[in-house]
Ligand binder design. Structure first.
Ligand SMILES: Nc1ncnc2c1ncn2[C@@H]1O[C@H](COP(=O)(O)OP(=O)(O)O)[C@@H](O)[C@H]1O
Ligand SMILES: [Mg+2]
Length: 387
């Protein structure tokens, strides 16, 4: 980024010193649908060498004006977002943002314009870009304000496609794998140690009560016995939350049904329509899908205000798709992303990305929430193989 700015500044200085006219500013007709909506001056780097350096960047670079219009883009940007470069220049940068965040992104741009400074975008959250075909991919974005001598303020955006970084994916998988292993260990310890001790206490209690000839109807003893049973049940519930053993033994659809039953028993109804997915699915993918549904349902129960959610699972030979919908209050997805909260949502999108899947949140205030995740069935396939 610094390099680009340096090059741009040098180019400007050279132009001035040679008393050349400013860089050629070809006029471009912007089109929105079929309507020409503006004539735009496009700042192009005329120097071939500069152009080559610009295009040699491993990252996508976009030069965006105050109105959010892309004034220039390098070849990697065109490849990354699947637009021809000619089409990309003149397009609104909001079109490269996942459609569910577009409206909010326009507001965030306006906020950035008030206080422009070099910084990463998204406050450390996992961000996504959207390709022309609507597919989304994880990105890292850095923003740098740039004031050309003879034009309005611009922002230079550098976009790095994280899905291309196997290291990122394997690091996330390793981190998640370690966390899952730790959860399994804790569940095993709770179950094999604490639960067994509680069962022993219950057994001793019953033996003692009988030996002492105490009445089985004594209120205090009944209360004590019920308290022991409750404690055992609640530890077992915690164990199931930590590691879904049913998933390993009986597969995804079965484990999901158990999860739904627990919610329904607690007063939050889950309507479901699940195609059968058993143990044949790769365990990492099954676990990712399970955890995403688990988190989506807790969110629906905790935040939506609705008293039910609908879960569907469909599959074909290539994809498994799961959707969790509620008709509750909904939320402003971009505001949550930019506020730095949303760890649950971030975790879901990371889980999907780790197994080569696509993750999408559709929500707006008053219109409920839909979480959709799509995972390739094939062992080594990733969402990008679809391209
Ligand atoms: N189904 C939903 N309905 C309404 N709001 C939701 C829903 N899911 C998420 N949210 C909003 O998004 C925020 C972030 O969710 P999440 O990342 O899971 O974090 P947490 O649940 O810990 O708050 C929530 O605090 C809530 O405001
Ligand atoms: Mg949550």
């Amino acid at each position: 980024m610094g390099l680009l700015r340096l090059i741009l500044r040098r180019s400007r200085d050279q132009r001035r010193s040679l008393r050349r006219p400013p860089a050629v500013l070809p006029l471009q007709v912007l089109r929105c649908g079929t309507l020409p909506i503006a004539l735009l001056q496009c700042v192009m780097l005329t120097d071939t060498l500069l152009r080559e350096v610009f295009d040699a960047s491993p990252d996508a670079i976009l030069v965006v004006d105050d109105g959010g219009v892309i004034r220039d883009a390098n070849e990697p940007a065109a490849t990354m977002f699947q637009w021809d470069r000619g089409e990309l220049v003149g397009l609104s940068v909001d079109l490269l943002v996942p459609f569910q965040h577009r409206a909010r992104h326009a507001e965030l741009r306006a906020e950035y314009a008030l206080q422009p400074r070099a910084r990463p975008m998204g406050h450390g959250l996992l961000l996504h870009g959207e390709r022309r075909d609507g597919s989304q991919f994880p990105v890292e974005i850095a923003l740098t304000p740039w004031q050309p001598a003879d034009d309005q303020p611009m922002v230079v955006c550098t976009v790095r496609d994280l899905s291309r970084f196997d290291r990122w994916r394997s690091m996330s998988m390793a981190r998640e794998g370690a966390a899952e292993a730790e959860r399994t260990r804790m569940a095993a310890e709770l179950h094999d140690d604490i639960v067994q001790r509680m069962v022993f206490i219950k057994h001793r209690f019953t033996t003692l009560r009988n030996a002492e000839g105490l009445s089985g109807d004594d209120g205090r003893l009944l209360e004590l016995s019920a308290a022991i049973d409750d404690t055992i049940a609640s530890i077992e519930r915690i164990c199931r939350g930590l590691t879904p053993l049913e998933l390993k033994h009986f597969g995804l659809s079965f484990a999901l049904r158990i999860l739904f039953r627990e919610h329904s028993e607690a007063g939050f109804a889950v309507q479901s329509d699940l195609m059968d997915v058993g143990r044949e699915l790769d365990p990492a993918k099954a676990l990712s899908l399970f955890r995403i549904v688990q988190e989506s349902l807790s969110n629906a129960r905790e935040h939506s205000g609705a008293d039910e959610a609908i879960v569907t699972l469909t599959r074909d030979s290539e994809w498994i798709e799961v959707e969790v919908r509620d008709a509750g209050v909904g939320f402003d997805t971009a505001a949550v992303a930019s506020s730095g909260s949303g760890i649950g949502l971030l975790g879901m999108s990371e889980r999907a990305a780790m197994v080569g899947g696509l993750f999408e949140v559709r929500s707006s205030l008053g219109n409920g929430t839909g979480i959709r995740v799509r995972v390739p069935v094939a062992e080594h396939a990733t969402a990008e193989d679809e391209l």
